[in-house]
Design a protein around this ligand. Structure first.
Ligand code: N01
Length: 546
């Protein structure tokens, strides 16, 4: 019988946590603190999760600090940020700080990728097969917390001829740790999501020539990234207790919220003044601090888009580029695809060394030995091709592992092939004692990483403590409860203008992936209420076995 025992129990096996991003590190700390034997496995060489893998030039977070940090007092009092939106290297240093203050050094095994997990329904434990620098070994764990993140499975479209390219082919999410020289090179970047926008800005500064291949324009907002000195850090620290309280009440865990009025409550002049303030605030205010109906009402949305468009086109000299980057007809309702933050992004296209290809008019026909051929017959010869083409988001990090639960014939990938089933995005029926963080049917992409980690991590830790105290060795979601959660998630995800946009929020970016709301889009406060309602009622919706 597997045993979710205390650290002092010599028979107890280590609980396994997979992935060293915000969720994994937080959960490792919580379980250690609660007295469990626990070990974290990380495929990379260092901590940071998304900030370990996404180390392309310009990679930086678009949630401002101190919102983008864990809130426990031992982690922030001695920590100072150098800027409002830290880059990946500062975030890595922050993760090292977390490991140090929480004493996690000896509990992490790096360079180790979990390849498969098989549930043993007699022993009530998981057998994990893992590869460390080419060596495969198996370990048993009474419970597993999968923290592989929402964007850990990079996606490169299957362009014809891709493997014939003789230059350097890269993906933003698998950027070489030592960096790649782009100075003086001819570079192609395909994709203009958050990663593309950031990389384009940096590459344009150093490349001999940059060709950007855009399918959908990015309605990016100005970042505004002031430096933070000691005095500025002292300011946020003074009011951080109140900030933390506020973050518990807001939709996404930010320290501001949608305005509780519809747009038409104001005159056009007042609205314009309000939009101006939002844009000048920088960050995501124009998206998440706007009138409450902008993401629901077409008229309000169209006006917001037009305001954004006017603010952008005056920064682009060429009228053709204006129309490609900020078209008169919105490509989708404003804000229904993930908004990115930019710094001089639109000015990049005024540079002589930068070209823009509109893939809607002129798609890629094939990749050749020397570059990218478009439908019009032009061959764009380059030294480097960067696929900034995103990820098999939300589910891909989990389904990349061959996970088999009570039915050994069915992997989790098969189980979700026609649609995702989870209870609270925390567990999935038939895969007992397996918990997920920052995965499907949870707030994930609609919440900040740290807020989500704390919300789910506290619940999972409490659940495992309950199992330990009550000598429960198996917890599994019921099919009925799971169906209810799925229905609720899909209902919430069907609201407003969001479903009108095609993108990774709904799995549209991966061929063959079922179209459905992958995230819980009703906000963190309601999510928190629902998961604790179950826990406080004897884990309603779960079957517990001694
Ligand atoms: O990926 P994406 P990303 N042919 O999927 C295009 C987080 N993140 O890595 O929109 C041509 O958003 C695709 O076009 P379209 C953040 O949450 C955060 O940029 O599908 N193009 C799109 O332009 C973000 O949302 C940070 O028409 C193709 C791009 O590739 C998430 O990660 C930084 C194509 C993919 O954009 C993912 O961002 C970086 C094809 N066949 C990432 N297929 C920060 O915190 C796809 N595209 C700042």
């Amino acid at each position: 019988m597997g045993s979710i025992g205390p650290e002092t129990d010599a028979q107890a096996q280590e609980i396994a946590v997979i992935g060293a991003g915000f969720s994994g590190i937080y959960e490792l700390h919580k379980l250690k603190d609660a007295g469990f034997k626990v070990r974290l496995y990380e495929a990379g060489e260092g901590v940071g999760g998304i900030w370990y893998w996404n180390c392309y030039p310009g990679a930086r977070v678009d949630t401002p600090v101190p919102t983008y940090q864990l809130t426990s007092d031992d982690t922030w009092t001695d920590w100072n940020w150098s800027q409002r939106f830290p880059d990946y290297s500062e975030l890595r240093t922050y993760f090292q700080h977390l490991v140090k203050v929480w004493g996690l050094e000896d509990l992490i095994t790096f360079n180790t990728r979990i390849e498969s997990m098989k549930w043993d329904d007699q022993a009530h434990h998981w057998d994990l097969e893992m590869r460390t620098n080419g060596t495969v070994q198996t370990k048993s764990a009474p419970a597993v917390v999968v923290c592989t993140g929402f964007g850990s499975k990079p996606y490169i479209p299957p362009w014809k001829g891709l493997d014939t390219f003789k230059g350097n082919l890269l993906h933003t999410g698998l950027w070489p740790q030592g960096g790649v020289p782009l100075d003086g090179k001819r570079v192609a970047i395909i994709g203009t999501g958050a990663s593309g926008v950031q990389l384009i800005q940096e590459t344009a500064k150093v490349a001999k020539h940059l060709t950007v291949f855009q399918r959908t324009p990015n309605t990016a907002l100005p970042m505004s990234n002031p430096q933070y000195d000691k005095a500025k850090n002292d300011v946020w620290k003074k009011s951080y207790a109140e900030t933390k309280q506020m973050m518990l009440t807001t939709f996404a865990g930010f320290d501001y919220e949608f305005r509780k009025e519809n747009a038409n409550i104001s005159t056009p002049e007042v609205r314009a003044a309000f939009y101006k303030t939002l844009l000048e605030s920088g960050g995501l205010h124009f998206w998440l601090g706007t009138y409450q109906d902008v993401l629901f009402d077409e008229e309000a949305n169209a006006e917001a888009y037009e305001y954004w468009r006017q603010s952008v086109i005056k920064r682009i000299k060429d009228t053709r580029n204006q129309e490609i980057l900020a078209p008169k007809v919105a490509p989708h309702p404003f804000g229904t695809k993930r908004i990115s933050l930019e710094r001089q992004y639109f000015e990049v296209f005024n540079q002589d060394n930068v070209d823009l290809v509109d893939l809607v008019e002129n798609n890629i026909s094939e990749i050749t030995e020397t570059g990218i051929q478009t439908k019009d017959g032009v061959l764009h010869e380059v030294d480097v091709i960067v696929a900034a083409t995103g990820f098999d988001s939300v589910t891909g990090g989990i389904t990349a592992i061959d996970i088999r639960g009570t039915d050994p014939k069915q992997s989790i990938k098969d189980r979700w092939s026609q649609g995702c089933y989870t209870l609270f995005g925390l567990t999935t029926s038939g895969f007992p004692n397996m918990f997920m963080m920052y995965g499907p049917q949870a707030p994930t992409a609609f919440a900040t990483g740290p807020s989500s980690a704390e919300c789910q991590g506290e619940w999972i830790t409490a659940c495992l403590e309950h199992m330990r105290d009550q000598h429960i060795t198996k917890i599994d979601a019921t099919k009925e409860a799971e169906k209810d959660w799925r229905d609720h998630t899909l209902e919430m995800g069907g609201k407003g203008l969001f479903p009108k946009a095609k993108g990774w929020y709904y799995g549209d970016n991966i061929p063959g992936k079922p179209r459905e709301a992958l995230n819980y889009m009703a906000g963190l406060p309601l999510y928190r209420e629902k998961i604790w309602e179950s826990a406080n009622n004897g884990y309603r919706g779960f079957e517990l076995t001694a």
